[in-house]
Design a protein around this ligand. Structure first.
Ligand code: CO
Length: 452
């Protein structure tokens, strides 16, 4: 449907914003436990000639289809498991029934549009019609069960990098590359690990891939026995500290492992090399309590949700040397960070944008822009409005970093309606809005795909 506009959408904005997020929390007579468990809905905003159209569609994943037939959740999600008999639990150990409820992010693998969750079952869909097209199958050597919804794109090498965790008698982290030209995935590096960590994202510089092991770890046997929903098998173990493992992108060699004080994070912002150091910017929390805050029961009871962390900078001395003390880059609390990825991924950079929480605020009530060089910040907010992830889109003729706009789907709680907001990325001044006729369930991540 075509959306009514306020303000003028930039005429150069010619492409599509594709997003995914949890949208169905009640399945038959059952309700999922956690916000991350809702069944995925795809959202599509298309831009051309200053006009905006919107459509949405539930992802017809196996998780979704099986739940529809069964009348209740059929596959184990992040924090919810379907009721299973002892026999079914034992069977699941030998043939794990991974969820393909891809409600976390949208990307393109080898030219194919995919929705992603944190298993090795991305789901392909048609970027025009949002029709589900089946699983994206990586080459067999990649293997694994748990993966990540935040791959990195390396324009110079013409590939994306991602990783999987292979659980077993011996568990492994395995980093792999997904070539842009559609040729088979290849394993880049592998590391044995006794107790794998829960990692929602990782860091990339020009030469390195960095796994940041938060001390939220699992005994693989516990996970395979399936006695509790996925994330409830993980234990907060702060005495492990925060461990960084730096791998060479080309040789796969483990260059360095460094340990800092315990912290938790979902999202890395960016990373880069500086002399013999690797600099890593992350939105951190003191512990993994943020996961507990997002159980549906708490959210539906209207309990306060911070949902934001602090932008911290870690410096890893690759030559050894002193332990690192992370430094706060800005006072503002934020989440769902984005950068001018095309110009700055893996390189020194200046701007971060995210959904923010104002002092005393509840949930994500603003959009924040941070200049990481000066620590200066800018904020956009409107009463009763809750913005989602601000996606940066560079102007076609951009000369430098940050020349472009931010696109964010905002819930106006007072009107129970959502709108697509366009801000100038530099000033955070409002350029335009496109009003949706209803509210759009809060989505996690998405990407802008320019029309070629
Ligand atoms: Co994420």
């Amino acid at each position: 449907m075509q959306l009514p506009l306020r303000g003028a959408f930039p005429a150069w904005l010619t492409g599509t914003l594709l997003r995914t997020g949890p949208a169905k929390f009640d399945v038959g007579s059952t309700t999922v436990n956690h916000w991350f468990d809702g069944l995925a809905m795809l959202h599509r905003f298309s831009f051309a000639g200053g006009e905006v159209t919107y459509s949405n569609r539930f992802l017809s994943s196996d998780s979704y289809c099986e739940a529809a037939v069964k009348g209740s959740l059929a596959r184990g999600e992040f924090a919810t498991d379907p009721c299973r008999t002892l026999f079914q639990r034992v069977a699941a150990v030998f043939a794990p029934h991974l969820t393909d409820n891809c409600n976390v992010n949208v990307d393109a693998f080898g030219g194919k549009t995919v929705a992603l969750t944190e298993t090795t079952l991305p789901v392909r869909f048609d970027a025009e019609t949002l029709e589900t097209l089946g699983h994206y199958a990586a080459s067999a050597e990649v293997g694994g069960m748990v993966s990540i919804a935040h791959p990195h794109h390396d324009a110079e090498r013409g590939c994306r990098f991602s990783y999987v965790v292979d659980f077993g008698r011996r568990s492994h982290y395995r980093l792999f590359a997904i070539p842009d030209d559609g040729s088979p995935e290849r394993v880049v590096a592998e590391m044995p690990i006794d107790k794998p960590a829960y990692m929602h994202s990782f860091a990339m510089t020009e030469r390195y891939l960095v796994l940041t092991e938060f001390p939220l770890v699992v005994d693989p046997l516990r996970l395979m026995l399936g006695l509790a929903p996925f994330i409830r098998n993980y234990r907060w173990t702060p005495q492990r500290g925060l461990r960084f493992h730096v791998f060479d992108k080309d040789s796969g060699a483990l260059i360095a492992s460094r340990t800092a004080d315990a912290a938790f994070a979902f999202h890395h912002v960016n990373a880069y090399e500086e002399g013999a150091d690797v600099v890593i910017d992350v939105i951190t929390y003191e512990d993994a309590g943020i996961i507990d805050q997002l159980y549906l029961e708490r959210l539906r009871a209207g309990e306060p949700v911070n949902a934001t962390g602090r932008l911290m900078r870690y410096r890893l001395p690759l030559n050894g040397g002193d332990p690192m003390h992370p430094v706060a880059i800005a006072d503002e609390m934020l989440e769902l960070p984005r950068i001018d990825y095309e110009h700055c991924a893996g390189k020194p950079y200046r701007y971060v944008w995210g959904a923010g929480r104002r002092p005393g605020g509840d949930f994500l009530d603003s959009i924040v822009g941070v200049d990481v060089e000066s620590g200066a910040t800018r904020t956009w907010f409107a009463d009763g409005c809750f913005p989602g992830e601000p996606v940066f889109v560079a102007k076609p003729d951009a000369q430098g970093e940050g020349e472009g706009v931010l696109l964010s789907v905002v819930l106006d709680a007072r009107r129970s309606q959502s709108f697509l907001l366009v801000l100038d990325a530099q000033s955070l001044a409002e350029i335009a809005r496109a009003d949706c006729p209803h509210h759009i369930p809060f989505s996690f991540h998405g990407n802008y795909f320019p029309k070629h």
